[in-house]
Design a protein around this ligand. Sequence first.
Ligand code: FAD
Ligand code: NAI
Length: 508
Amino acid sequence: RFLKWTWRLTWLSAVGGLGYMAYGIYQNRTPADQEDPDPSKKTLVVLGTGWGSVSLLKKLDTENYNVIVISPRNYFLFTPLLPSCTTGTIEHRSIMEPIRNFLRHKKAAVKYYEAEATKIDYEKKVVYINDDSEIKGATSATEVPFDMLVVGVGAENATFGIPGVREHGCFLKEVADAQRIRKRIMDCCETATFKDQSPEEIKRLLHMVVVGGGPTGVEFAGELQDFFENDLRKWIPEISDNFHVTLVEALPNVLPSFSKNLIDYTEQTFKEETISIRTKTMVKNVTDQYIEAEFTDASGQKQLEKIPYGLLVWATGNALRPVVKDLMSQIPAQKDSRRGLAVNEYLVVKGTENIWAVGDCAVANYAPTAQVAAQEGAFLARLFNQMAKTEEIENKLASLSEDQAKAPSKEVRDEAFAQIKDLQKRLRRVQKMGPFEYSHQGSLAYIGGEKAVADISWLTGNLATGGQLTYFFWKSAYLSMCFSTRNRILVIMDWTKTQIFGRDVSRE
Ligand code: FAD
Ligand code: NAI
């Protein structure tokens, strides 16, 4: 009897799951007709299509504003799975969601311009934009006026002005970066097996150096080692003895934002996976064939070492985008801010009234993560929805007060008075929105060898765990956070494909 019920429940959940997926697909394919944008309403311009901006757009009632989105990237990118694209564990299109597909489902239409904001003139309330894509029309630069502006342009890669990084290193922030790395890994392997290649050159070409022991560097190093162990070693056995991954970090340990036991666990796992970690080693210069790094030797002396490499991945965190730097230079209240746009507790850019900032370009005392950006975006959507409702009620109140003053009889006056009381109560309720408060759900990172680490916020405190079970948790957490049903299905298919056939080692 127990088995029978278990069997029935399994069937029921499978059918339920399939039904949910089918509904998701149906909804995606058949959006309802949209209201036209209303130019008489306030123009809300949103810069960027990343975590902060898209989370805002997801929850925003677009019928309340004339919404315009500007971004050089016409898709949302699910960054947590980007390191998996560098080795082909996941194909990049599986973690991209076209912004038009998403905007098409909003109640009122939203305008989208594929362009980069080059300057924000906050006094004139204008954004200058530039079409930086390959194909340009007769007009490729223009301006967009705004009543309200949300800056969600993210951040650039930090290089700290170290010579040679931009010319010779690969970053890992965008899809193009992941594609470039994937191509280079294969190029290094094929070039290393070229006829008559010298042993030193083979060693150099197969030395994969990752600079920056934050989560980006660690996840990439883990993915790369997996690629070597599971696939490259089998397809190109000649490289087995020389392929090596090294992670270079200036601080005394990797993953500084994780719990101490998870740092130790990661370092131990890397040792077992034969990934070398060079901590307390600061890269000072980069050439096309080696990096120069400073470290302190056993006697306490600073030494400079040349480390040859075939592939260099540079993951040393975030820096300000020029458009953000320029905006900050226009606002006296921003003069002491170094890491981004200083915002108040309602995410208003300090020194302005009608500009808000979310995500990596804003400084609100939280780490620059997707989790923070998404919560900030959702907060702004609630704030803007509430502002629109407040305005609507205030307009109604004004017209009711006028009606009451002109009322021909006491009954009409009393009725208007009752309505006014009612609306005032509603207004108080609507206006009751507190400032932004971040709720930390935890941090996750993949460390290779089907292991992950997780610092999870629990009711009673923090749960720090690592290993294979955590890896399954990591997988299911990111799967559930994927943007759409389509993304979820594609990611599952990619994981399955990798398990069955291995990763694709073609160079393109
Ligand atoms: P982004 O998501 O970077 O979006 C910025 C948007 O602005 C983009 O659409 C861009 O095209 C657009 N833009 C750029 N310049 C302009 C301009 N001049 N005008 C208009 N638009 C512009 N965080 C986590 O919490 N968990 C993770 O597991 C995690 N994994 C990560 C893995 C990798 C490899 C990386 C690189 C980051 C990861 N992060 C993770 C961090 C997370 O991706 C960022 O914190 C998050 O993307 C910030 O969101 P954002 O909206 O501020 O910026
Ligand atoms: P990061 O800022 O977290 O780490 C960069 C590391 O590079 C630092 O540890 C720094 O000491 C080191 N470094 C800087 N200059 C160096 C030099 N010259 N030589 C050697 N080492 C040097 O950057 P990362 O990893 O790119 O992450 C950026 C943000 O995105 C962080 O807030 C991070 O939490 C988030 N993120 C989160 C992920 C997750 O939760 N799984 C994954 C990836 C990113």
